[in-house]
Write a protein that binds this ligand. Structure first.
Ligand SMILES: [Zn+2]
Length: 525
């Protein structure tokens, strides 16, 4: 039976500033899942993009005296260009202001909800944070300030279109508690259910065109209003699939309407939009819901909250493109995957990135591959011993003379399952920890089996030692190959180098080369 298709999306960031390391975290997590599922036989579509139609972009352009379209085009390009240095395997990247698929899809979506009777006009006064593009209830504020931005929201009074969110509380709860819409980790699912239990209020789904500076998608049939930027942005998950061409569009049907997994990766700050507003909008329009929402927490930089507007030295030093230029994509991806916990914020410093890469990639994997390939050259002239099926090798029987190699072989068998289980939660730190643990075990296996001693005995005519040396070398090479294969979704570049170092394409392993050089400590700031 073929495996289900998997549609993966990142959120589409506001682009009133440059990309920061928090964006890189979500992009890399999504890329790992995409690579993992492709490698395990699923058809995968990985999508990202930029949220261009935000009032924030209008304000940022005004502040720097640029045209909004120019600012959006320049900043959107900076986000899309991260795919190179971060080695992201996006299949699609949608820009909501200029992609011809987007506006017709948003309009169709609006009309579908209007036809259900879920959109109505109402005069409204509320507290609005432009940073969030969101109205807040007074009780949700932190001492009168936005909990995300720490700024005082402005009082806005206007007539808007409202969406009947209140109508969908029961259905949403049922979708989430039944597990048809999975929200991970569990604490975030509980948070969403508590929010629904607190009572859902209809939300404002449009803005007067005048307040939006004329930027955005006009409400169909009411050009004095533009569609709320969140409504517009959330729509990207289906407009990119051709929903605007009609629900029978092939891409739409394949990735959204047919059985399969539809997974959104989101930051904790936009959970409500993705787990409450968006599914309710889909229910209203009669469309299928996402099957899972994976929520990550935030990064801090040297103890301080990341803010796109902060152009201080710490934020510049943590620019993802600058980091990959200084330390390479492997070190940056590895830090994001190996150090950021599943729950709780993580603090980034360049020192931590360097220390992690040196420990795991230079001393761990690099050292292992170089020792193993060197021994194969020293003792076997580069030819990997042909020992037959290691599973039935008598030297590897339980309680045999090569206990460490026996255990290493068993651990290699378990690694793919451990990684698949961790990524299904998803827990990227657990998955990369499993890779690092097996690497450490393989390095210890070299100490424990001491192939150099076996080689000396073999040279003295000990036939059992000669056979055991071959077995140990075969197990170690197999372990390196397993590690290279399993590392691929996480560090595609380094994994390919490791695989090449262990591939006997012309009968012999290539001459040993350093796999991963130690990184220098970052310059003192
Ligand atoms: Zn805010």
């Amino acid at each position: 039976m073929s495996k289900p298709d998997i549609y993966l999306s990142t959120t589409i960031p506001y682009i009133n500033g440059r990309p920061h390391l928090g964006h890189a975290l979500e992009f890399v997590q999504a890329d790992v899942l995409a690579r993992h599922y492709r490698a395990t036989g699923h058809a995968v579509r990985l999508q990202s993009g930029t949220d261009d139609n935000s009032l924030k972009n209008v304000l940022a352009a005004a502040a720097e005296g640029t045209d909004v379209a120019d600012l959006v085009s320049r900043n959107s390009a900076a986000f899309e260009a991260l795919a190179g240095p971060l080695q992201l395997s996006f299949d699609d990247f949608i820009r909501t202001s200029s992609d011809p698929r987007h506006r017709p899809g948003v309009e169709r979506f609006w009309r579908a909800c209007a036809a259900r009777g879920d959109l109505y006009r109402k005069s409204y006064q509320g507290l609005y944070c432009t940073g969030c593009e969101q109205f807040y209830r007074p009780a949700e504020l932190d001492g009168g300030r936005c909990p995300e931005h720490g700024t005082e929201p402005e009082t806005v009074s206007e007539e808007n279109w409202f969406f009947r969110l209140s109508r969908y509380a029961g259905q949403l709860k049922e979708e989430i508690t039944s597990g048809r819409l999975r929200i991970e980790p569990a604490a975030r699912r509980h948070e969403v259910l508590a929010f629904i239990d607190g009572g859902l209020e209809d939300f404002s789904a449009s803005r007067p065109a005048s307040r939006a500076g004329g930027w955005g998608i006009p409400v169909p049939g009411d050009p004095g209003q533009v569609i709320y930027v969140w409504w517009d942005a959330l729509g990207n998950y289906i407009t990119s699939l051709g929903y605007g061409d009609g629900p029978e569009a092939p891409e739409y049907r394949r990735w959204w309407a047919w059985p399969g997994q539809r997974i959104h990766l989101v930051g904790k700050g936009v959970l409500r939009f993705h787990a409450v507003y968006w599914p309710a909008m889909l229910l209203s329009a009669g469309l299928p819901l996402p099957t899972a929402i994976y929520v990550h927490d935030y990064l801090t930089i040297g103890g301080a909250k990341i803010s796109k507007s902060a152009a201080g030295p710490a934020a510049r030093a943590a620019d993802p493109a600058a980091l990959t230029a200084a330390y390479g994509p492997d070190a940056v991806r590895w830090w994001l995957l190996r150090e950021v916990p599943r729950t709780g914020d993580a603090d980034f410093t360049p020192e931590r990135l360097v220390a992690r890469a040196n420990e795991d990639l230079a001393n761990g994997l690099g050292n292992l591959v170089s020792r193993v390939t060197s021994m194969v050259h020293r003792y076997r002239d580069g030819v990997v011993p042909a020992t037959g099926d290691l599973a039935t090798n008598p030297d590897l029987a339980a309680g045999g003379p090569l206990a460490a190699a026996t255990e290493l072989g068993a651990a290699c068998q378990q690694l793919p399952g451990q990684i698949a289980a961790a990524l299904a939660r998803p827990d990227f730190r657990a998955a990369t920890a499993a890779v690092a643990a097996l690497t450490g075990q393989a390095n210890r296996c070299i100490e424990d089996t001491a192939p150099w001693r076996l080689a000396r005995s073999a040279a003295g005519g000990d036939e059992a030692a000669a056979r055991q040396l071959e077995t140990v070398l075969a197990v170690l090479v197999a372990a390196c190959r397993t590690l290279a294969a399993e590392l691929t979704p996480f560090l595609p570049g380094l994994a390919a180098k490791a695989a090449a170092a262990c591939a006997a394409l012309s009968g012999r392993l290539p001459a040993p080369q350093p796999l991963y050089p130690r990184l220098d400590a970052p310059p003192a700031s």
